[in-house]
Write a protein that binds this ligand. Structure first.
Ligand code: ZN
Length: 451
């Protein structure tokens, strides 16, 4: 077996992913985002236990409107979107009677590997102070009208293009009652046999003023888990012994997004938050992580708790409630542009390779991996074990695989004990490269469920 290894001339401090493809970020419209949020608010409440049948008020009317928006988008691209409405009847602590949870999905099938999918999602349901109050006005403009509008707008912009792999635009129900829509979609993805490359959960992405008056319109936070939720005791033992607690696929997805941010979105920076979600709170990316699917959450830089989960009221001069006037649509447009860029990159690239590092009792390290469908070459990364980001790149052009189907490359004089290694898969040539996230050569580093 012969492998050519070329050393790249640049060691990059923050190695930005290759994305040699135009991204239609200029087409994202703050005006349309505002109109969508206004439409969502107009349904009065979108509480999961509110009316499913009323033509004007409640969760049912809101869902039908969202499906209608997807249908309009599909009509404009010659029927390129398939709209499906997976449902499940559930009960739970916050669901005292059986209620039908319905997700509204639009599927834009890939032209080459339609089974590989990227999901962009927000939740359409809303709430007030009492999570069981299904009748009071619950505008949910920012939580999560913002994420829902982002999903609808991403569909409008990206449906005009064709991509090798599939995009799922998802409007979820039942988040506030117990992440039911996220679980329903995670189960649906499994039933469909999809290989889910990434889930981008957008929840509260449209305000720039915090409850303490701090203003930040330049930061979006991206939350990712460290140790993977689907890991068992055997994996935990391996990670404890050999490392990998900072190298789950969700964590590498977060690094990938941060690498794409600086040039993408009008000055929006990513603050990576290396925990699964905010203190004491959750979101619809969590059910995917439980199933071993890489998933991250986008949320504003500064949250405003006066305008989340609140009854509409004024107390001691403070106005409470999640209403549209407290949102910043220029900012929501920036977060939408970043999502559009990340989706474009992910659906244009191959899957990240599952890679192993072999280097016990050796002054050299050998990396081995199987060929990835759609990949023409690979980029090898490494970093010191205490470094946060990938810092070194080599280009790998694989020769023929060995008799067991593995590609491999030898790093002479690189001691495996002292480094973490990662590999990305690239489609296209050196100038036209479209690169996947990096997959780490650690126990549990692969972009695939463990079970
Ligand atoms: Zn939310």
């Amino acid at each position: 077996m012969r492998v050519l290894t070329k050393v790249a001339s640049l060691a990059l401090l923050m190695a930005a992913p290759l994305l040699a493809r135009s991204v239609p970020v200029a087409e994202v419209s703050a005006t349309r985002l505002r109109a969508d949020v206004a439409s969502l608010v107009s349904f009065g409440t979108r509480h999961t236990l509110s009316s499913a049948d009323d033509p004007n008020r409640g969760i049912g009317a809101a869902r039908r409107w969202a499906a209608g928006e997807f249908r309009k988008t599909s009509a404009a691209c010659g029927g390129c979107l398939e709209i499906v409405l997976p449902e499940n009847t559930v009960t739970g602590e916050r669901m005292p009677r059986p209620v039908k949870i319905i997700n509204v999905l639009a599927i834009q099938r890939g032209t080459e590997r339609p089974n590989e999918v990227v999901i962009v999602q927000g939740h359409i349901d809303s709430r007030v102070s009492d999570v069981m109050n299904a009748t009071a006005d619950a505008p949910g403009a920012n939580d999560d009208g913002s994420g829902t509008a982002l999903v609808l707008e991403a569909a409008r912009v990206l449906s005009k293009r064709k991509f090798p792999t599939t995009i799922i635009y998802a409007v979820l129900s039942g988040e506030e009652q117990g992440l039911f829509g996220g679980k329903l979609l995670a189960d649906y993805a499994k039933q469909q046999g999809w290989t889910v490359k990434a889930v981008l959960n957008n929840d509260i992405v449209g305000n720039t003023r915090g409850s303490d008056g701090v203003i930040d319109d330049k930061t979006v936070r991206v939350f990712s888990e460290g140790p993977r939720a689907d890991g068992d005791d055997a994996l935990r033992a391996q990670v404890r012994r050999f490392g990998g607690e900072n190298d789950s696929p969700s964590r590498n997805l977060s690094r990938f997004v941060a690498g794409l941010a600086p040039s993408s979105s009008g000055g929006l920076q990513v603050r990576q938050v290396w925990r699964a979600d905010r203190m004491g709170r959750g979101g619809d990316h969590l059910p995917f992580q439980e199933m071993g699917v890489p998933a991250i959450r986008f949320t504003v830089g500064v949250e405003n708790y006066d305008h989340q989960h609140q009854d509409l009221r004024t107390e001691k001069g403070v106005v409470y409630g999640d209403t549209i006037e407290f949102m910043d649509f220029a900012y929501l447009a920036k977060v939408t542009r970043l999502n559009v860029k990340v989706i474009t990159a992910l659906v244009s690239a191959p899957m990240p390779p599952a890679v192993q590092a072999v280097g016990a009792v050796s002054t050299s390290t050998r990396l081995k991996w199987h060929a990835v469908p759609g990949a023409t070459w690979y980029r090898l990364y490494r970093r010191r074990t205490d470094a946060p980001s990938w810092t070194f790149v080599q280009l790998i052009y694989p020769g023929a695989p060995d008799k067991d189907g593995f590609f491999s490359t030898e790093l002479i004089g690189v001691r495996a004990d002292d480094w973490l290694f990662g590999l990305s898969a690239v489609a296209g040539g050196q100038v036209t490269g479209l690169e996947s996230p990096v997959s780490s050569a650690v126990p549990g580093g692969q972009f695939a469920p463990l079970r």
